[in-house]
Design a protein. Structure first.
Length: 209
């Protein structure tokens, strides 16, 4: 039996990950500036934005220098690096409960509006590896005037580890203090107490105490 190596210490990954058979993960490139590749907060793993591996041929603006299909292929390349980062951070892709949130950025020519089709290259890979239920995710796909090193696509991700399956668990993972800090950011109505704004949001989910 052929397994996708090396996802874990076991000979083979569980059925949901065997959908990745035949996929080779690249080496994890080092950070190029003052940041880290991954930060875990509770049961969530947040990944820094990634672009394709150095040397990949597709660079430039999609809709001018690249076709939609070439952009789609580039987004898939980004997905492979993201999976390698997840494996490096957690030790195994088996530990990923589901992909929660993806933020896709496409280096776009003026008037280009097919960013969702481009970022599908990333999203399709997540479904291929983790399955329909666990690989599909919340996702914006936006056009950018430019990206680092003139790359065509950059993607950032939040993955759920262990039992992260709903908003309540995500909020438990982030923690009450983090949520309150977010609620106090400029632009929000500072006339209302932070606690009441927190309580209002908690009507939608199970919040930490």
């Amino acid at each position: 039996m052929s397994c996708w190596p090396p996802l874990s210490r076991r000979d083979c990954p569980p059925p949901r990950a065997t959908k990745g058979v035949g996929i080779t993960l690249p080496a994890v490139p080092p950070p190029v500036a003052n940041y880290v590749d991954a930060v875990r907060v509770g049961n969530l793993l947040f990944l820094s934005g990634n672009t394709p591996a150095p040397g990949r041929k597709y660079k430039g603006k999609v809709g001018r220098d690249l076709t939609v299909q070439e952009g789609h292929d580039t987004a898939r390349q980004v997905g492979l690096i993201m999976l390698a980062n997840v494996r490096a951070a957690l030790g195994s892709l088996d530990r990923v409960k589901r992909v929660v949130k993806v933020f896709g950025m496409v280096n776009s020519a003026d008037g280009f509006g097919k960013q969702p089709k481009v970022v599908n290259g990333f999203s399709d890979l997540m479904v291929e590896v983790f399955g329909e239920a666990n690989g599909k995710h919340a996702r914006p796909a936006v056009g950018m005037a430019g990206l680092p090193s003139n790359n065509a696509v950059e993607v950032g991700v939040a993955d759920g580890d262990d039992d992260v399956t709903h908003l309540g668990a995500i909020m438990d993972g982030i923690g009450r203090d983090h949520l309150l800090a977010a609620l106090s950011q400029p632009g929000l109505d500072s006339r209302r107490p932070r606690q009441s704004r927190y309580a209002k949001l908690c009507k939608l989910a199970t919040c930490p105490g």
